[in-house]
Design a protein around this ligand. Structure first.
Ligand code: XIL
Length: 366
């Protein structure tokens, strides 16, 4: 039976699907193989998102350093953290994160240089159409130069296109678009290329990985914009698929696959930058065990489908442990409900960990 037919059949069958596809690996292994060892020397990089607070805990810091060869800072490189005031930079947290990666021989993925979200409060009173170009260029130049040679890839613009955009061109609304119009994207990429020509320049996108209402609109808008941007020399080198996927939707679709192929055909690299699986729609109806199996199946299938299709070399996992998961943090349902991570709240590997290990083994052996 095909995977999608299994998914339609719900929990019991999804668990079975997982068993079939990963050959019964849902049993917890007591000494799991470090993920980075599986991909070592195979041209594949596995990353984790974490914050300074999390990495400062011995258990999590060790787990991240032992299992991953790339690191993304969840908060420390965003404008809200770097820019306490319009005239100052606070590099404390960012320096710590970049140093952690260097000490542990991990590549560093810079997240991010420009986003219409997660900006300092002072934006609303300070940014205006006449100072915003200078502010954007100055920020990108300062930050990208500071870490030049230590950042493998930069998310230069995050979430440029949004499914809920009221605009016909689908561009994400917010301060940068308001102040500078669509050109803010050109400005950001040119500034990044000038400041750190050696780091891969990524346009980090979302809402294209599964089929929800208007996913096709987002995919079409992204391809149309990319054609224009590349035609006029905007130095974009890669697409980051955030990959915050959810168990409420089927995983794959022909239009997703076509989209990834089109991006590749434009000569762009395809990265997976923020992979995790949201089990929101199951929290009240399924046991933790069943949810873990379903979530693990989503991870396995997503990786084994998308990585070969996108010829993806870089895969970053956004939620290492359920203990620190951004879905609970951002939800009104309270902590401890979602199980999107590789480890449980006690830092023990979940079926997801084994599914990811199996998926990586499969990917490096084919
Ligand atoms: C999230 C962080 O994980 C949270 O800790 C923070 O409170 C909000 O941002 N897409 C992105 C990331 O590009 O920056 C977001 O990270 C998750 C969604």
């Amino acid at each position: 039976m095909k995977r999608r037919a299994f998914l339609r059949q719900g929990i019991a069958s999804s668990a079975l699907l997982f068993q079939l596809r990963v050959n019964g690996v849902e049993a917890e292994s007591s000494t799991p193989i470090p993920l980075k060892n599986i991909v070592q020397g195979k041209g594949l990089y596995v990353g984790a998102q974490a914050t300074k607070g999390q990495l400062s805990r011995e258990d999590l810091g060790e787990f991240v350093a032992n299992n991953f060869n790339m690191l993304t800072a969840g908060l420390e490189l965003k404008w809200a953290a770097l820019r306490p005031t319009p005239a100052t930079f606070d590099f404390g947290g960012a320096d710590w994160m970049v140093d952690f990666a260097a000490k542990k021989s991990m590549r560093f993925h810079g997240h991010n240089l420009c986003w219409n979200v997660s900006n300092p409060k002072w934006f609303s009173t300070v940014l205006n159409p006449s100072n915003s170009r200078r502010m954007l260029e100055e920020h990108i130049t300062t930050v990208a130069k500071r870490y030049s040679g230590r950042v493998d890839a930069w998310d230069v613009v995050n979430e440029p296109i949004d499914l809920r955009s009221p605009r016909p061109d689908g561009l994400h609304t917010g301060p940068w678009l308001d102040m500078l119009g669509p050109e803010y994207i050109d400005i950001a990429f040119h500034a990044a290329a000038a400041a750190d020509p050696g780091a891969i320049r990524v346009l980090n996108i979302y809402q294209v990985e599964q089929d929800q209402d208007r996913s096709d609109f987002v995919r079409r808008a992204t391809i149309d914009h990319l054609k224009e941007w590349l035609k006029r020399g905007v130095p974009i080198q890669a697409i980051g698929l955030q990959s915050h996927i959810g168990t409420s939707l089927p995983l794959a679709s022909e239009s997703r696959d076509q989209f990834v192929r089109k991006v590749r055909d434009m000569g762009l690299e395809v990265m997976i930058t923020e992979l995790d699986v949201n089990d929101s729609h199951l929290v009240d109806t399924a046991s933790a065990n069943d949810r873990d199996k379903i979530v693990a199946g989503y991870y396995y299938d997503y990786l084994t489908d998308v990585v070969p299709l996108g010829k993806t070399k870089r895969i970053t996992f956004w939620t290492v442990t359920d203990k620190f998961n951004w879905i609970d943090a951002g939800s009104s349902q309270g902590p401890g409900r979602h199980r999107p991570g590789l480890l449980d709240t006690d830092m023990r590997p979940k079926p997801v960990y084994d599914a990811v290990a199996k998926a990586l083994e499969h990917l490096v052996s084919t």
